[in-house]
Ligand binder design. Structure first.
Ligand code: NDP
Length: 509
């Protein structure tokens, strides 16, 4: 069973948990995408002109709509992903939280900056850096968080003053339809548009945008990077991961076994920063593996319609994804790994049992490739050095976790890891903290999202403005002279200015 239909003018979306039809969207071809982009561009200058305060007003109305409709949004999300209610219900709230953050901080983050002149001579100038949004930002999203990722990416782009053309995954377009409907029903200016379709629609979005933010697999990310480079368009890529957990011998084993289970099983393991490999120091290996297995075995799996109940682990979003997980487990067991719990597809839809694997080695696909499913392969290591070496031995570098009784040691280990984020004694924490940068190293991405002011500035072009702070003097033009004599005069003038000249004009040195 798969949520994706053969290519046609319409995409019918199925619930992967039970195969029922969840809805449908049209496929936007190149002309339709270009027309949407043109319309968004018409309204963007006014959106920029009303400034962060004017935009905040509309964004807070939109947030109200999202909160009022959060149950409906959760239902739509579940219907196209097969997520458990617990996992799905976090997404609308996450978007509301991110609207608070970005709309609330935009005025501060986008305020003009006045850098300190590098020499005293430039104190006669007013120096200003201005942040002007890219008129049209194209945002292309995957299927694993059809709503939450829009909070991470679309919300800051709008807060920065850009118009946004959003392309959701063909597998999960329905949440994005609702997200944009909420914007319209809140009465906000028409600067948020939706392009639905397959990969070709994503390619058209790139052709029409001024800046591209892409989240998805490393393979597609490379294509997006090439397309942007050919068109000389700036872009950022948030790509795949294979996050390691390092469990040191001094860790609180109960907490580590709980945290690793949560970090590996949340959203059925379909998180770019899911824990996908676990390295445990030998002295606590047996105890840790026993506790982790017990935790994972207890998880309840299924899909539900009763709003008062939630399973722990839902379905995989597609049959293809479930097949990748099954292949990794089968290849591992064929090469000698042991399944301690789970290990196979289950139920009617695209479910895969929450799985723990032991006796795993570095050459197995469950360690070297992104799995993106509910599996936790565990490897015994001799010491911290071996754990760090194996953790870094990956093409990916998204994030990692370190479990230890000594947080100082945890921070020292973090600084040895080749990845964009490290959570100590916790998992996924940085995901929910927009003040911190989130970005992949190595094949996990280019650029960052979030990160306080830089999360808005990435959607802006920076403009330098200089203006005289004093009546303009003809002699200032001397600075640009190529004649040696005049250059010497200019240098002498700079020295004089640096020493005394500024005070004459009432400017503090
Ligand atoms: P894909 O790379 O397959 O697709 C991502 C998006 O790109 C989809 O909307 C897809 O459209 C679109 N697309 C496909 N081809 C093109 C193209 N040539 N030009 C432009 N757009 C195109 O990723 P998945 O949807 O399979 O998502 C899973 C991946 O996303 C995992 O690798 C995961 O790690 C990563 N991810 C990374 C995150 C991060 O922050 N680093 C966060 C979440 C997920 P369509 O679906 O219609 O083919």
């Amino acid at each position: 069973m798969t949520a994706v239909q053969p290519k046609s003018d319409t995409i019918t979306v199925h619930n992967p948990a039970d195969g029922t039809i969840a809805g449908s969207v049209s496929v936007d071809g190149p002309d339709a995408v270009a027309a949407k982009a043109r319309e968004l561009r018409l309204f963007q200058p006014e959106w920029e002109a009303i400034g962060p305060r004017g935009r905040k007003k509309w964004m807070m109305k939109w947030q109200e709509w999202i909160l009022d409709n959060s149950d409906h949004l959760t239902d739509v999300l579940m219907s196209e992903t097969g997520k458990s209610r617990g996992d799905a219900s976090l997404e609308a709230l996450g978007v509301a939280d991110y609207i608070n953050y970005w709309a609330g901080h935009a005025e501060e983050f986008l305020a003009d900056k006045h850098p300190t002149p590098h020499t005293a001579l430039y104190r006669v100038k007013k120096l200003t850096t201005v942040y002007r949004p890219y008129p049209l930002v194209g945002i292309i999203e995957p299927w694993n968080f059809p709503l939450a990722l829009l909070g991470l990416d679309v919300v800051p782009a709008l807060a920065a003053g850009a118009a946004v053309l959003l392309k959701p995954s063909e597998v999960t377009p329905l949440s994005a339809v609702e997200f944009v409907r909420g914007w319209t029903e809140a009465g906000a200016p028409p600067v948020l548009g939706l392009a639905t379709g397959y990969g070709a629609t994503g390619a058209s979005v790139i052709d029409n945008a001024d800046y591209v933010h892409f989240t998805g697999s490393t393979a597609t990310g490379r294509k997006v990077g090439v397309a942007c480079a050919e068109q000389l368009k700036p872009f950022s890529l948030e790509l795949g991961g294979k996050d390691p957990a390092i469990v040191l011998a001094d860790a609180d084993v109960d907490r580590a076994a709980n945290g690793v289970a949560w970090g590996g099983m949340f959203n059925a393991g379909q998180v770019c920063v899911s824990i996908e490999r676990v390295y445990v120091e030998a002295p606590i290996y047996d105890e840790f593996v026993a506790k982790l297995t017990e935790n994972v075995r207890k998880l309840q799996q299924g899909s539900e319609t009763d709003p008062g109940f939630t399973y722990d682990v839902g379905a995989m979003a597609t049959g293809a994804q479930r097949d990748i997980v099954a292949r990794h487990v089968d290849e591992a067991t064929a090469a000698g790994a042991r399944v301690l719990t789970g290990g196979k597809p289950t139920g009617q839809g695209t479910f895969f049992e929450p799985t723990v694997l032991a006796d795993v080695t570095a050459d197995m696909s469950c360690i070297s490739e992104e799995t993106f499913g509910p599996t936790l392969p565990v490897v015994k290591v001799a010491d911290e050095d071996e754990a760090v070496r194996l953790a870094n031995d990956s093409q990916y570098g998204l994030s990692a976790t370190v479990w230890t009784g000594d947080t100082g040691r945890g921070e020292r280990v973090a600084r040895r890891l080749e990845c964009g984020a490290v959570n100590i004694n916790d998992a996924l924490t940085n995901l929910f903290c927009p003040g911190l940068p989130m970005g992949g190293w190595k094949s996990s991405g280019i650029g960052y999202r979030s990160g306080g002011a830089s999360g808005l500035i990435k959607f802006c072009r920076q403009q330098a403005i200089t203006a005289p702070r004093l009546p303009t003097q003809k002699s200032e033009l001397l600075w640009y002279s190529s004649s040696k004599k005049q250059a010497r005069i200019a240098l002498a003038a700079m020295r004089a200015f640096a020493g005394h000249g500024l005070r004459r004009f009432g400017i503090k040195g």
